[in-house]
Design a protein. Structure first.
Length: 183
């Protein structure tokens, strides 16, 4: 048990293979990224090492391919990011990222609200919650992003600011396309 975290004793051991990502294993085992991190007592930026043993709620099913590279003539637009109170400031669309990078910006969190950083690999419909905080930020680090958790290819990073009921505030979104390099 690490710092109040309790490792899941009802999950199955799995030996990490080269090329496995935490996000793909979460999808394949029917868990969310947060559930998989919490069930193994990982901090939010921890990646995987081939050969290490982790716990999964069930053995992985079909392989999930996350690598998708953009077509050369395709346009990738930013969504939102119009308000200075909800902004990612250190990454332009299609920035290539590798390893662990700081996501700098602003999140003007209302009383009782929070902000979230979520990731969606290209070709997937749903965003995976990556990090959440109730602390307002102004032109500072919103969180650290470990690209190895998701694998290489085109991904969308979303910053959302939510009210106390968990609803997105007006102009409370900033979403940008980024390219994660393979480890």
């Amino acid at each position: 048990m690490l710092g109040g975290c309790r490792v899941r004793d009802d999950w199955l051991p799995y030996q990490v293979k080269s090329g496995d990502t935490l996000y793909a294993l979460a999808l394949q085992s029917g868990a969310s990224l947060i559930e998989l991190r919490d069930g193994n007592c990982f901090n939010y930026v921890r990646g995987l090492l081939p050969g290490e043993s982790i716990l999964l709620p069930r053995m992985p099913g079909l392989l999930v391919s996350l690598a998708s590279l953009p077509a050369a003539d395709q346009s990738f637009a930013v969504l939102g990011c119009n308000a200075p109170s909800v902004a990612i400031v250190n990454m332009d669309p299609m920035t290539e990222l590798a390893d662990i990078v700081a996501v700098d910006g602003s999140a003007d969190v209302p009383l009782g609200g929070s902000y979230r950083l979520s990731i969606r690999p290209s070709g997937h419909l749903d965003f995976a919650l990556y990090f959440e905080s109730a602390e307002a930020k102004q032109a500072e680090v919103l969180g650290l992003l470990n690209t190895e958790i998701f694998g290489g290819g085109l991904h969308y990073l979303r910053l959302e600011v939510l009210d106390a009921e968990g609803a997105q505030i007006d102009a409370g979104i900033c979403e940008i396309p980024l390219v994660f390099q393979s480890p």
